[in-house]
Design a protein around this ligand. Sequence first.
Ligand code: FAD
Length: 493
Amino acid sequence: MRTPCEKSVAVIGAGIGGMTTALLLSHKGYKVTVYEKMPSAGGKMRQFRFADCTFDAGPSLITMPFILRDLFNTLGKSLEEYIDLIPIEPLCRYFWSDDSQFDAYADPEKHAKEIAQFSPDSAHHIQRYLDHAGQVYHATKDIFLFNKFEGIKEFFKRKNLPFLPLFPKLRTLTTLHNFHTKKFTDKRLIQLFDRFATYNGSNPYKAPATLMVIPFIEFYYGGWYPRGGIYAIAQAFTKLCAEYNIPIHYSTAVTKITTHNNSVQSLTLDNGETISYDYIVSNADAYWTQKYLLGEKPFIPELSSSGFVIMAAVRKKPHTLAHHNIFFSDNYEKEFNDIFEKKIAADDMTIYISISSLTDSSQAADDRENWFILVNTPADGGNNTWQYISEEYWKKIQKKLHDFGVELYDEDIIEKKIITPDNFANDINATGGSLYGGSSNSPFSAFLRPQNISKKYDNLFYVGGTVHPGGGIPLVILSGMICAKELDGITQR
Ligand SMILES: Cc1cc2nc3c(=O)[nH]c(=O)nc-3n(C[C@H](O)[C@H](O)[C@H](O)COP(=O)(O)OP(=O)(O)OC[C@H]3O[C@@H](n4cnc5c(N)ncnc54)[C@H](O)[C@@H]3O)c2cc1C
């Protein structure tokens, strides 16, 4: 730890990004205070316990575990002392309505064996595709993910010049779906790889093919699960905050940021108290921060999707599901058209089910399982309309599962809880309930996404999934690292 620099920092929100920034700044000697409107930390990474089951209500899969390890190393801590990460194989079990089924593996041998059975002619297509995607990832990661992003300027920086010849490989002007139609002949594989656009809430029929880096990352770095639940990550972060003596004021919402010329001066809490800080870091949704805390009219690009979540404590009975499962809709294009163009809950929906108790028996009593069911929806939360359609939509999902041979009737469920886009909007202040802020549905998304340093105020910073480099746990941790580095860079000038 560096000698205390006496500079004070307020972090608004104890999401993963907010806590990452708080820890790194505290490690550098800043006096950090965190304000969190919810009664617990973690933000979208939430945990529910009921009916003798434990549920992760947000993220269910962790990729790029080396980023988590880098954070712990920077803090001089050992990741293993705090979090026990388990690799999950198969990465995911995919189901189609024609009864075909495919298990995706990170392990190359298991993957080869599975693909030889599923679609023998596609083995070399997949290999060539992942090789291409790997080249794109390695060429672009330092520009788009691991450092601050300065827009078009990045392409004129000396350090990035070697990347320029690879630029056509990014296929920025082709959609992910069109790229896949050229790479694969098996329609099921086109759909399987298209689905990775949803990892940041995007539409594969609009998002650029550059998103091919997402499946590469999953196949190359694997899919991971922390023992005790994904929430073990949030718990480890709060433990670290306690070790650093970082106060987290729970159930305390920030209601206003006061500015003067080009600086932010203080924040006001929901108890009326106003406190001055040298720096303010907002981990709340950036558009929400600008609109409601700064009183501005932010430019909001097309939002990423939201989600309809059902957590069900299910009576144990035989089934063929794995830890992660996908049940595909029959018309993927129509499903995305419903979500992003018509902005309605898709009639024929793709269903994701995660049952972490299959990996970790601590997550459910012996006679039950903790089913987390997620369906992508439009980011239409905040109007409190979901309460009228929730039960009806759940029935449609049950019917769809039945068509796949998964019998999940009300009598199989001991207790369930539903989370809707309205909950994401109202509980966490996510604009429209969107899970990842702006979508990546345009080749210019990286340019449109808010940066970590405010353009307007010298001492205001943003961190989290709605700002650079984007959503998902690994990127949000990177966002926290970039934010802390930029803030400290200003102090050191
Ligand atoms: C259903 C679902 C599934 C997901 N699946 C995955 C997955 O499998 N893998 C993956 O990597 N990622 C996944 N994600 C995305 C991931 O959870 C998020 O990208 C990440 O958690 C966002 O972190 P954040 O730092 O942006 O903060 P957030 O989680 O958005 O937290 C922001 C915090 O700020 C607080 N706050 C807001 N306004 C105020 C205020 N005025 N005053 C005080 N506090 C305030 C909020 O209460 C919240 O705690 C999923 C998300 C959801 C919801």
